[in-house]
Design a protein around this ligand. Structure first.
Ligand code: GAR
Length: 210
């Protein structure tokens, strides 16, 4: 059975675009992006979905008093959409256990650093790259991992390293990490999931080779 992929977004949606492009090239095997949900009204990611005739909706976080009520609403919609895989692609909202416990090892997130470096609460978007530059690390990268109730703490699926160069700004580094890592490993992890090639034992994953 082809798996239904629901993508959660909050902003520009370049990772969503990478998924759409991979899908159109036939690189998402055994899966289809069926719906895109944004936590913010007017996110450009929603336009990207509409341009490719993918169902798109905003469920704004600000319309809900707390994270539990927001998570319950999302859970309801994800059930309606028959989601088999939920992908956080620049999704900036932490969700409650009421949701994450329903989709254990069925939700994945792309994080713009090599976890366990530069991750956890407060490490999102450009801040991650600011911190990497502040620390002076020479290598950073991106990680795709399963989501659990610990922020950026779930089992790691794929990682890719990216070099830091002299004179990098957070913006330059963010772009390099996206181009050389995120936009490659996110579609790859999604396809591997849809082909049932990711096995999870305790907190570790194994990718089954072809
Ligand atoms: C990406 O770099 C993504 O890894 C990061 O935000 C950016 C979103 O860009 N996500 C996080 O920091 C989540 N903790 P996009 O909207 O263009 O995909």
């Amino acid at each position: 059975m082809i798996k239904n992929i629901v993508v959660l977004v909050s902003g520009g949606g370049t990772n969503l675009q990478a998924l759409i492009d991979a899908q159109e090239r036939g690189e998402i095997k055994n899966g289809k992006i069926t719906c895109v949900i944004s936590s913010k009204d007017g996110a450009y990611a929603l336009e990207r979905a509409k341009k490719h005739n993918i169902k798109a909706m905003a469920i704004p976080r600000k319309d809900y008093p707390d994270v539990v009520s927001y998570s319950k609403k999302l859970l309801e919609v994800l059930k309606e959409e028959n989601a088999d895989l939920i992908v956080y692609a620049g999704f900036m909202t932490i969700l409650d256990k009421v949701l994450t416990d329903e989709y254990v090892n069925k939700m994945m997130n792309v994080h713009p650093a090599l976890i366990p470096s530069f991750c956890g609460k407060g490490y999102y978007g450009l801040h991650v790259h600011e911190e990497a530059l502040k620390k002076g690390v020479k290598v950073t990268g991106a990680t795709v991992h399963f989501v659990n109730d610990i922020c950026d703490g779930g089992p790691i699926i794929l990682q890719k390293a990216v070099e830091i160069k002299n004179g990098d700004t957070p913006e330059i580094l963010q772009k390099r990490v996206m181009e050389q890592a995120e936009w490659i490993i996110l579609p790859k992890a999604v396809s591997l999931f849809c082909e049932d090639k990711i096995k999870v034992l305790d907190d570790n994953t194994t990718v089954i080779a072809d």
